[in-house]
Design a protein around this ligand. Structure first.
Ligand SMILES: [Fe+2]
Ligand SMILES: [Fe+2]
Length: 160
């Protein structure tokens, strides 16, 4: 984990780490190693959940102090968090339905990878909006002491 963070803008590094975890799940899918793919998907989902929950509990309340930014409202971010988790629930069950060694396995894996591409786009746009508007706004509306405190609390939550 790339902590400690000196400002909110550097939380972008956590997005890169999450992306890498998801790619590792996809690596296992390409190898048709279904149990490893499932294990990595589960690990990714747990990490993402901590990230989203920490943003909602600790950061969004502070963000609402900033001026409203079109295309980056707190409701938009929480709505996207919801959609991301819905996607993951679907992947989990689609992955469970795949049978190792069955004749339709490769097609099933391709179908899953296609759906995951849509997820990666959504996730990418979400992260980009956070890095462009959300994190810089947090740096603007906090002073050094509050920033340090919030970043420490955030880091503690996402690494537990
Ligand atoms: Fe988020
Ligand atoms: Fe985020």
């Amino acid at each position: 984990m790339s902590a400690p963070f000196s400002d909110f803008a550097s939380l972008a590094a956590l997005h890169r780490e999450l992306e890498e975890q998801f790619l590792q799940h996809q690596d296992a899918l390409l190898d048709l190693d279904l149990s490893l793919a499932a294990e990595r998907l589960e690990r990714y989902e747990a990490a993402l959940r901590l990230h989203l929950e920490a943003e909602e509990a600790l950061l969004l309340p502070v963000f609402s102090r900033a001026e409203r930014i079109r295309g980056a409202s707190p409701e938009l971010f929480t709505g996207e968090h919801q959609r991301l988790l819905e996607f993951l629930a679907r992947f989990r069950s689609e992955l469970r339905a795949l049978e190792p060694g069955s004749p339709g396995l490769k097609r099933g894996v391709l179908r899953l990878l296609d759906a995951e591409t849509t997820f990666k786009h959504l996730s990418h746009h979400h992260e980009l909006r956070e890095e462009t508007y959300f994190f810089p706004a947090l740096d603007r509306v906090t002073d050094a002491a509050e920033r340090r405190e919030l970043l420490a609390a955030f880091t503690a939550r996402v690494t537990r």
